[in-house]
Write a protein that binds this ligand. Structure first.
Ligand code: C2O
Ligand code: CU
Length: 540
């Protein structure tokens, strides 16, 4: 293994999409941002310099950050932001990951334009556990706003209503020919008939689960969230924000042009952009002009059974070389409900949520309030008054979660962490609730990958549901989208000390408070203890 150095200059860049030019925040003048390459076991040192007016942090989404919680990146959770004119060196190793992750800004809505892929290859001489591809490509799915995303978020929080929806979805930063002014710039992937390619698909969109397919081509999933899976042949991928899926694509069709397309996958009635983002798969020798590519057949965007089937079909590889390590017993048993809520409108103001109130969201009825300095710094330096340790293991008032709404939809507001003893095997059941409306939430946990051992619709019932859990080869992920009006059960071993954020990866839901943090205590000895912060750690 080696140390790889990257220099990330965060700058303004003029970018034109949909005939609209705006100044956006990006890295090294690239949108989407640069790809980070590493081999498993390498150390990465990324110097991030903030040359813009906004505060910035970068998160290395899915990287486990073993004993390097300080480099994780979520603003006010593990660090104070990098202020204008300042730099910070993020340092961590990428161990135990195989496949694709991504990096993104982790403050306000900046990740709309500040993101890029992290490609993690096996160590030299270690082959892939699947057919060697001729070539590899990253496919970054994103979301584009004509306006300034930080202003859009601030306006929504101010008015209490739903934030302005995006103007386009994108593939590698380009909306593609179904949008205005976008045909000429569509991303094009050139292939040679008969060859096999590895596509690393990332959903970096802010607020939307997506369906992705390529006309007439079968996709073979071989990894998800940088963990190998048993090969799974599908026509369409379901990718929630925060998730990555690696697939093999064999160019086994007639020489020609084919669309690859992503459409929103919605499980709740909500406004969304309905036009597909497309890119072109072009065979060598195909007529490059005037031929209209063939469009893929995708499931309907409300086909939740397709989505549930896709997630349920994923299995970890669980081979001799890559064995699964699912916790068979549990030390901590948690049930977290996620839901939308309403909050009172500040007096003298009119709010745009239902009934003139403000929209909010919560986990176990706690709507998260960001502190003024990071929780990790407050914990490490024993600064009191920043957070409390009473985040509940269970929802405060059990009710029929997927049935009638409870009488009081107002959440409590707080900066609460749930404290976990080092080395505990944790089981967490995430349960959707009908407070205001049911929805599917892609929940992302920092610092760990977890096994998705079960999922179902309706209210979780331990007596009957636990017996259905897969404790042999469940997929290991860092983001799980649970079924609308349903639940999902995940397990992991909490053997990485620090403060680890967990949140819905739909950014609007995070803005409203659907997040919390785990505080995992130190164990015994240096290999189980969080070291002091690195030199030059940002101050608030
Ligand atoms: Cu990709 Cu805390 O997020
Ligand atoms: Cu959500």
């Amino acid at each position: 293994s080696v140390t790889r150095f990257y220099d990330f200059q965060v700058n303004y860049q003029q970018v034109t999409r949909l005939c609209n030019t705006k100044s956006l925040v990006s890295v090294n003048g690239q949108f989407p941002g640069p790809t980070i390459f590493a081999q498993e076991g390498d150390q990465l040192v990324i110097k991030v310099t903030n040359n813009v007016k906004s505060n910035v942090t970068i998160h290395w989404h899915g990287v486990r950050q073993v004993l390097t919680c300080w480099s994780d990146g979520p603003a006010y959770i593990t660090q104070c932001p990098i202020q204008t004119g300042q730099s910070f060196f993020y340092k961590f190793t990428v161990a135990g990951h195989r496949g694709t992750l991504f990096w993104h800004a982790h403050i306000t809505w900046l990740r709309a334009t500040l993101y890029g892929a992290i490609v993690i290859k096996p160590p030299t001489k270690v082959p892939y556990p699947f057919q060697m591809p001729s070539d590899e490509h990253t496919i970054l799915l994103g979301e584009w706003w004509n306006g300034d995303v930080e202003e859009i978020e601030a306006a929504a929080l101010q008015t209490g209503g739903i934030p302005t929806i995006s103007n386009a979805f994108t593939i590698n930063g380009q909306p593609g020919p179904f949008y205005n002014c976008s045909a000429a710039d569509a991303y094009k992937l050139n292939v040679v008939q008969g060859r096999t390619y590895l596509l690393r698909v990332v959903n970096a969109a802010l607020n939307q689960d997506l369906l992705f397919g390529i006309a007439r081509h079968t996709l073979t999933v071989i990894a998800a969230d940088a963990e190998y899976t048993k090969p799974l042949k599908v026509s369409t991928l379901v990718v929630a924000p925060g998730q990555t899926v690696d697939v093999l694509l064999t160019a086994d069709q007639a020489v020609g042009n084919y669309y690859m397309a992503a459409i929103p996958f919605v499980s709740a009635p909500a406004p969304f952009v309905n036009t597909p983002t497309t890119a072109i798969l072009q065979y060598d020798g195909a007529a490059s002009t005037n031929a209209t590519p063939i469009f893929p057949i995708l499931p309907a965007n409300n086909d939740t059974s397709y989505g549930e089937g896709f997630y349920q079909s994923l299995r970890s590889l669980n081979s001799q070389t890559y064995p699964s390590d699912v916790p068979q017993t549990i030390d901590r048993n948690l049930l977290f409900t996620t839901g939308f809520n309403l909050k009172a409108c500040p007096s003298g103001q009119t709010c745009q949520g239902p009934g003139g109130l403000r929209l909010a969201s919560s986990i176990n009825n706690v709507s998260f309030a960001f502190p003024a300095i990071s929780i990790l710094q407050a914990y490490y330096y024993n600064i009191s008054g920043v957070f409390t340790t009473d985040f509940p293991d269970n929802p405060p008032t059990p009710f029929d979660y997927t049935g009638t709404m409870p009488s009081n939809p107002q959440p409590e507001s707080g900066t609460k962490v749930n404290v976990i003893e080092y080395g505990s095997n944790v089981q967490l059941v995430l349960q959707d609730t009908s407070i205001l409306t049911l929805d599917s939430h892609p929940i992302h946990l920092h610092g760990y990958s977890f096994y998705v051992v079960g999922q179902g619709v309706g209210n979780f019932n331990p007596a009957s549901d636990e017996s259905t859990f897969n404790l042999v080869d469940p997929p290991l992920r860092n983001t799980v989208a649970f079924p609308r009006a349903g639940w999902v059960a995940i397990r992991w071993k909490a053997d990485n000390p620090g403060v680890w954020f967990m949140h819905c990866h739909l950014e609007s839901h995070t803005s409203w408070g659907m997040e919390m943090a785990f505080l995992v205590k130190n164990g015994v000895g240096r290999s189980q203890t969080l070291p002091p912060p690195p030199y030059g750690f940002p101050k608030c």
